[in-house]
Design a protein around this ligand. Structure first.
Ligand code: GDP
Ligand code: MG
Length: 335
């Protein structure tokens, strides 16, 4: 066993000095506390989870380059002076085809309708897509007094000149309360966004303890971390057709945790792919997941993974509960 060194590196902080003009983060006694929910919506891959993690300063939502990585609503909490900003990451909004899709899209819209502020993310290099247009049309129908801000993300991928025209076009398509141009990945523009959110949220007591950063139970975060490692390693449809559950969690007297997880796959053939030749794929996934879990939890973890075939898991209510989705939302004709 090696020494505990897992939490000594939290990665680069990117509060760049270019972002002056932002609201100072220091609490001031005479200011009322503010708090509320900020929903992140947009097409799959727009960068919602990346923005959530950037805002919270820790990886609470998993991110991959594959679409539909985020399945449920995930809350991450950021403090900014007297304001507590609760970001609600959502699955992307897209045209649903199957039950799981429908439940995911319903969770996304549910996040938007419960929010105090809605942020619509779009990708700078893709512009106003049909998918985004459909989201804006539906937002109009929602039509309540909730402020909706436009977030043009991934500005690191386009030339500055293109941004102004794009911003204009989008603001003609929808009356946004504000427009921010950011790179969620690099942190550009994020401080300004945080400042605006902090002052726009309603006056309210804080909703969570000051030092809390997420509200997912640890067993779910652990399952998400393993699912991320699987998604990164596998190709095509398989990641979409699997789900991970934490079945066992035991606190050991030496301070470590013993975690048992099950990977459910929909087909026998997928089991072999997830295991890999001589079990090497699942072994590598387990190792990568364990390293990240240890970093996240700041202690040693013993991780045990099992692969089970469950042909119909996408139609089992229990699986949805574990992901944090509503099974009934997936009923035909509901979204
Ligand atoms: N170049 C660039 N890539 C980004 C940025 N933000 C997110 N990404 C990438 O876009 C992909 C999708 O991000 P993710 O946060 O999972 O999107 P989500 O589906 O909306 O949650 C990932 O590969 C991210 O690394 C950004 O500001 N710039
Ligand atoms: Mg996501």
């Amino acid at each position: 066993m090696t020494d505990e060194t897992a939490s000594d590196d939290t990665g680069p902080e990117d509060d760049t000095p270019e972002e002056l003009g932002a609201t100072p983060a220091a609490p001031q006694d005479d200011q009322p506390t503010r708090a509320g929910f900020v929903a992140l919506i947009g097409e799959p891959n727009a960068g919602k989870s990346t923005l959530l993690n950037q805002m919270v300063g820790a990886k609470v939502s998993i991110v991959t380059h594959k679409v539909q990585t985020t399945r449920a609503r995930i809350r991450g909490i950021a403090m900014h002076g007297p304001a507590q900003i609760v970001f609600v990451d959502t699955p992307g909004i897209f045209r649903p085809r199957r039950r799981l899709d429908r439940s995911m899209v319903a969770a996304a819209w549910g996040g938007a309708s419960d929010a105090d502020i809605v942020l619509v993310l779009i990708e700078a290099h893709r512009g106003l897509t049909d998918g985004t247009q459909a989201i804006l049309d539906q937002l109009v129908q929602l039509g309540r007094g909730t402020p909706v801000a436009l977030i043009i993300n991934k500005i690191d991928r386009v030339k500055a000149e293109e941004l102004l025209a794009l911003s204009q076009k989008l603001n003609e398509a929808y009356p946004f309360a504000e427009t921010f141009m950011i790179s969620a990945m690099k942190g550009h523009g994020c401080q300004q966004l945080r400042g605006w959110l902090a002052k726009t949220l309603p006056e309210s007591p804080w909703l969570y303890p000051e030092d809390q950063i997420a509200d997912l139970p640890m067993r779910m975060i652990a399952a998400e971390i393993t699912r991320e490692k699987l998604t990164l390693r596998l190709h095509e449809e398989i990641p979409y057709q699997l789900t991970v559950e934490t079945e066992g969690w035991e606190e050991k007297t030496d301070g470590s945790a013993r975690i048992e997880q099950v990977v459910y796959v929909a087909r026998q053939g997928h089991k072999g792919i997830v295991l890999g030749k001589g079990g090497e794929t699942i072994k590598a996934v387990g190792q990568a997941s364990r390293v990240e879990l240890e970093e996240f939890m700041g202690r040693r973890v013993h991780l045990f993974l099992q692969v089970r075939v469950r042909e119909n898991w996408e139609n089992e209510a229990e699986r949805y509960d574990e992901i944090g989705l509503n099974f009934r939302d997936g009923d035909e004709g509901r979204s």
